[in-house]
Design a protein around this ligand. Sequence first.
Ligand SMILES: [Zn+2]
Length: 212
Amino acid sequence: MDIEKKVKDLNGENGYQRVERYDEEQTQKLGENYRNILEIIGEDLSRDGLLKTPERVAKAMQYLTNGYGIDPSEILKSAMFREDYQQMVIVKDIEVYSLCEHHMLPFFGKAHIAYIPNGYITGLSKIARVTEAYARRLQVQERLTVQIRDCIQETLHPLGVAVVIEARHMCMIMRGVQKQNSITTTSAFTGEFLDNARTREEFIHLIGSKLA
Ligand SMILES: [Zn+2]
């Protein structure tokens, strides 16, 4: 699924065509709770615009947390190939959309991921799908970064893995707790990227990050 379609899905512009993915019981239970929330915050549930909101939010929430049902290592294993290539493989600018587990508000940005193969490579799109599988859960950016690293390390057993995520957190921006629009950067490395400063610097240079 391409990013554009995903954004449309998030905006509801595709009309949630993949209805079969929504558990009816979950939709109903979540919907009831969202109805309560709307009442508690003082909304008028009979307003036209709100009639279907509880059900829509219930489906949106299921979509945004559908990573719980996915085993990310299986994504990598589904396209794992024997290959002697031993140079750095980088996937830059993977779009990340997640929900912070403290406020259940979005954080979003980009992930840059590299690994140095040790006999096996994987499909490049699989790296993005692993990122998505972990992002579609309640998260903190630090754990998301480490989970992606560990999944690639433990599944492909490469010579090293590097993950950098740069993201904006709506709980900071909307609530004005800290400087607006500030970007949080997290990183996690294994193997060559930890042991060899030049490899790490090459990666950081190639992704164009301001990370020192
Ligand atoms: Zn938060």
